[in-house]
Design a protein around this ligand. Structure first.
Ligand SMILES: [Zn+2]
Length: 314
C-alpha cells in the first residue's frame, strides 16, 4: 500500500505528523500538553534506605534524590536504624493519561532514630534549586567535604610536617589526595575563580573565593578545565581541573586547602557551614509554598489529587 501518514515523536510534547493527500505531502507539528500529578510514597527501613525506597515504588532517580537531600545530615552507614521511616511526595508526568516520566521530590520527611526532618523543594529568585527545612534553613552545606570522588588521603593537614621533597619541617596546610592523573577535581562550594595559573611549588593551581569568608585552593593539577578563567563563577561540584603532579610533587595528587577568614583549616575536620537560608525577601513566598507542600505531604495518597493544584507553580 501507499504511505498515507507518518508519525514521529520529536520529544515528550511534540509529534511530527506527515500526511499525503492527492500525492502531496504536508507536515505539521502537534503539541500535546503534559499533565503533572503528585504522588506519595512511604517506607520503613529494614535493611537500607535504597531497598526501602524500591519497596515503596520509587525509581532509582528518586531514591538518589532522597539520599542526596538527607545525606548532608545523615550518615547512611552509621546513623540508620531498623524502623527509621520516610515519606515523600513527588511529581509524575503524564501524556495522554499515560505515565511518561517522573519529576522531582517536592517534599519529604525522614524519621531517623526518633528525630523527624522535613524538607521542601524551593527555587530561589536566582534560579537555584534547593531543599529547605520548614523554617527556611538550607538542607545542603555550603561545601562538599571531598573535591575528588575517588582518591585516598595520602597526607593529612599537619602544621609540623617534614616536607617529602624539601626534606625539612614545613607546615602542610592542606590535605593531599592521591589519585590517578586526569581524575576530575570538583569545586567544593559555589564561588568565583580568584586565581588560576602557575604558583611556584603548587604548580597549576586554582583558588576559588566563596563569599567574603571562605576560599579553597586546588594544586598540582595536570590541566585546568577548558574555559576556566579569572573571575569565572563556579558551582558546588563543578569540575574545574584534573589531578596531576605539576610543581613540587612526588606523584600525581591533589593538594587541597580550606581557608576561613584567611586562616588555614583542616579540610577533613572543619565544620562546614550550611548553604544560604531563605532570604528575607523571599520569606513570605517560601512560607506559602512550604505550607502548601507540607499539607500535601500530610495528605493520604488517595486524596492528593483533589488537593493538588497544578496551576500552583512548584
Ligand atoms: Zn599537600
Amino acid at each position: 500500500g501507499w504511505l498515507r501518514a507518518l508519525k514521529c515523536d520529536l520529544d515528550l510534547t511534540r509529534t511530527l505528523l506527515v500526511t499525503r493527500q492527492a500525492g502531496v505531502f504536508t507536515s505539521e507539528i502537534i503539541t500535546i500538553e503534559l499533565e503533572t500529578r503528585v504522588k506519595q510514597a512511604r517506607g520503613v527501613i529494614n535493611d537500607s534506605l535504597y531497598l526501602a525506597g524500591q519497596d515503596a515504588g520509587l525509581s532509582d532517580r528518586l531514591i538518589m534524590q532522597l539520599i542526596d537531600i538527607y545525606g548532608w545530615d545523615i550518615d547512611y552507614r552509621l546513623d540508620i536504624r531498623k524502623g527509621d521511616s520516610f515519606r515523600v511526595i513527588y511529581e509524575e508526568i503524564f501524556k495522554n493519561r499515560e505515565k511518561v516520566a517522573t519529576g522531582n521530590i517536592l517534599a519529604a520527611e525522614f524519621n531517623n532514630q526518633g528525630r523527624s526532618i522535613r524538607s521542601v523543594r524551593f527555587t530561589s529568585a536566582n534560579g537555584q534549586v534547593d531543599y529547605f527545612t520548614d523554617d527556611g534553613a538550607n538542607m545542603r552545606k555550603a561545601f562538599i567535604r571531598n573535591p575528588l570522588d575517588y582518591g585516598r588521603i595520602s597526607s593529612h593537614f599537619n602544621l609540623k610536617r617534614k616536607h617529602p621533597v624539601l626534606n625539612r619541617i614545613r607546615a602542610h596546610k592542606g590535605v593531599d589526595y592521591a589519585a590517578a592523573t586526569g581524575t576530575p577535581i570538583k569545586a567544593t562550594g559555589d564561588g568565583k575563580v580568584q586565581f588560576i595559573g602557575n604558583k611556584g611549588g603548587y604548580g597549576k593551581t586554582i583558588i576559588v573565593k566563596h563569599g567574603e569568608k571562605y576560599s579553597t585552593l586546588y594544586a598540582h593539577m595536570s590541566r585546568f578545565r577548558k574555559g576556566m578563567k579569572h573571575g569565572q563563577p563556579v558551582k558546588q561540584g563543578q569540575v574545574i581541573g584534573y589531578v596531576g603532579k605539576s610543581g613540587l610533587a612526588t606523584g600525581p595528587h591533589l593538594h587541597y586547602e580550606f581557608r576561613m577568614n584567611g586562616v588555614h583549616r583542616n579540610p577533613v575536620t572543619v565544620p562546614l557551614p550550611q548553604a544560604d537560608s531563605i532570604s528575607v525577601a523571599e520569606a513570605d513566598e517560601f512560607r506559602i509554598h512550604s505550607s502548601y507542600l507540607l499539607a500535601l505531604l500530610d495528605t493520604p495518597d488517595a486524596a492528593l489529587l483533589a488537593l493538588y493544584d497544578p496551576k500552583i507553580s512548584l
